[in-house]
Design a protein around this ligand. Structure first.
Ligand code: SPV
Ligand code: MG
Length: 431
C-alpha cells in the first residue's frame, strides 16, 4: 500500500482539514504530522492546545492511520525518515514562508521520487468564522497574559520588538520571514517608554501619564495577540505602582519592567551625561514586594531592571542588586548597558548564571547591536528586546517624504518609496 504524509499546525480541525484527509486516503495510508509547540510559535500563531492535545485531536480524525510529532517546520527530516509516496498539502502556498516550505518539500521528494500533491484549499464562511474565533481566543486577556511565561519555556530566547501603536503592533504581529530554510517571527511586544513618548513628541521622562500609556497598550491589544511587556519606567511611587500592576494585569499584559531609578527619570542611553539617581536596594525591593503582593494572577511578571552599568556603578553593584531584587520576588532581571560591545552584559550574565540558573535575564541590545541572539543564548539570556528600531526606522522615512514633497512641490518623486495606496487601504483586516 502506498503511504501519504500531511502536516497539521492547527488547534482546531475543520472541514478543510477533513477534506485533505479524505483526498489523502484515496492515495494510501495516511500519517499526520503534528507541528510541535516550539515550531508553531515560529511559523504560526501561539498554540492554544499543547502538542499532546493536538496529537490526540488528530488521532480521532477518521481515516488517519498514524500520528507523529513534526519537530521542524521544514519537512526534509521527517520526509527522509518516512519516505512517503505522497505528501499532501492545501494549495495555499502564497506567503514567503509557505513558498520556502514548498521548496524544501520538492527538493527532498525529488531525491527519492516522492510526489507533492496540492489539494485545493477549502475556505468558506464556516472556516472563516472558526479562524476568527481562534484569533479572539488568542487575544482574551486571561489567555494572553500567561503566554510570556509559556514562551520562556518554549523558545531558546524570547524575541520582543518595540511597538507604539496599533500599526506597529500589526507589523510585529504579522511579520514572518523565511531565510536560509528557517522561518521566524517575533514572540512578544515591548511598549517602550522612549517610543511611546517620542511618538507623542514628548521626552522620555515619565511625562506621558499612565492613562495615556495604557491607551497605547489598549490600541495594540485590540489588533494583536502576542504577549506584551510594558516598560513601567521607575514604577513611580510604591502607592501608585500597586494600582498600575492591577491595571496591567487586568488588561492582559504579561510583564512590567521597572528600573531601579528614582526622582526625575531620564532615558538610560544618556547615561551619566545627565543627572540620574539610582534607587536604594532597600527601597526598590519594597517596590517589587508591594507589586508582587498586589498582583492577583499567578502568571503576571514583575521584572526588575538594573541601571548600575548604565550609571557606571560597577559589576559588583549590578550583581548585588540582581540577587536582592530576585530575593524580593522579581520574576526576572533586566540588565542594561550603553556600551557599544556586549562584554559587560556577557560578564554579568555569566556571573549571575553561576549561582542562578533559572531567573530569566532580559537584555536590550540597542547600543551593542552587533550581538547575535545565539551569543546571548550562550550566555544565558532569556529575553531580547529590540527596543526602538521601528520608531527609528519610521522617522527618517517620513522626514524624507516630507522633504521630497517640499523640494519638488509635488508628491510624484517620493511615490516609489511609499506603500501603494491599494496596499494601505487593504492593510487592516475588516472585522
Ligand atoms: C525604552 O525603550 O524606553 C527603554 C530602553 O527603557 S532604553 O531606551 O534603552 O532605556
Ligand atoms: Mg524606557
Amino acid at each position: 500500500m502506498k503511504t501519504v504524509y500531511t502536516c497539521f499546525c492547527t488547534d482546531y480541525i475543520h472541514e478543510g482539514h477533513l477534506n485533505i484527509i479524505k483526498e489523502a486516503q484515496k492515495l494510501g495510508e495516511v500519517t499526520v504530522g503534528v507541528l510541535s509547540d516550539e515550531q508553531m510559535i515560529k511559523y504560526n500563531s501561539f498554540p492554544l492546545k499543547s502538542t499532546a492535545e493536538r496529537v490526540k485531536m488528530c488521532k480521532k480524525i477518521p481515516g488517519v492511520a498514524n500520528v507523529i510529532v513534526q519537530k521542524e517546520i521544514m519537512y526534509d527530516k521527517v520526509i527522509q525518515e518516512l519516505r512517503p509516496d505522497y505528501i499532501v498539502h492545501g494549495d495555499n502556498w502564497e506567503s514567503e514562508s509557505m513558498q520556502a516550505i514548498r521548496q524544501n518539500i520538492l527538493e527532498t521528494t525529488n531525491k527519492y521520487g516522492g510526489r507533492l500533491i496540492d489539494i485545493p484549499y477549502s475556505y468558506n464562511e464556516n472556516i472563516a468564522r472558526i479562524q476568527k474565533q481562534m484569533k479572539e481566543k488568542l487575544s482574551i486577556p486571561e489567555l494572553r497574559r500567561g503566554r510570556l511565561r509559556k514562551l520562556l519555556k518554549l523558545a531558546p530566547i524570547v524575541k520582543a520588538c518595540e511597538v507604539h501603536n496599533g500599526l506597529t503592533g500589526l507589523i510585529v504581529e504579522k511579520t514572518v520571514v523565511a531565510d536560509g530554510g528557517a522561518i521566524d517571527q517575533f514572540d512578544a511586544m515591548w511598549i517602550s517608554s522612549l517610543c511611546d513618548s517620542t511618538a507623542k513628541g514628548k521626552p522620555d521622562i515619565e511625562l506621558v501619564e499612565m492613562t495615556s500609556r495604557f491607551r497605547t497598550v489598549d490600541d495594540v491589544m485590540e489588533v494583536t495577540t502576542k504577549p506584551i511587556i510594558f516598560d513601567g519606567d521607575t514604577g513611580g511611587f510604591i502607592e501608585h505602582f500597586v494600582y498600575n500592576v492591577r491595571s496591567l494585569e487586568r488588561m492582559g499584559v504579561s510583564a512590567v519592567i521597572i528600573e531601579d531609578k528614582t526622582g526625575l527619570k531620564k532615558n538610560s542611553l544618556f547615561g551619566n551625561d545627565v543627572v540620574q539617581t539610582q534607587d536604594t536596594i532597600e527601597h526598590f525591593c519594597q517596590k517589587i514586594k508591594a507589586g508582587k503582593e498586589a498582583q492577583l494572577s499567578e502568571d503576571f511578571m514583575i521584572i526588575a531592571r538594573i541601571e548600575s552599568l548604565i550609571l557606571e556603578r560597577g559589576m559588583d553593584d549590578a550583581l548585588e542588586r540582581a540577587y536582592a531584587f530576585r530575593d524580593a520576588g522579581a520574576d526576572g532581571i533586566m540588565i542594561h548597558s550603553r556600551k557599544t560591545n556586549p562584554d559587560e552584559i556577557f560578564e554579568f550574565c555569566d556571573k549571575f548564571r553561576k549561582t542562578d540558573k533559572k531567573t530569566p535575564i532580559v537584555v536590550v541590545p540597542s547600543s551593542y547591536n552587533t550581538v547575535t541572539e545565539t551569543e546571548l543564548i550562550s550566555h544565558g539570556a532569556n529575553i531580547v528586546i529590540y527596543a526602538n528600531q521601528l520608531l527609528r526606522a519610521a522617522f527618517p522615512a517620513m522626514e524624507n517624504a516630507a522633504k521630497s514633497i517640499l523640494r519638488n512641490h509635488r508628491a510624484y518623486e517620493i511615490d516609489n518609496a511609499l506603500m501603494p495606496i491599494k496596499q494601505i487601504i487593504t492593510l487592516i483586516d475588516e472585522i
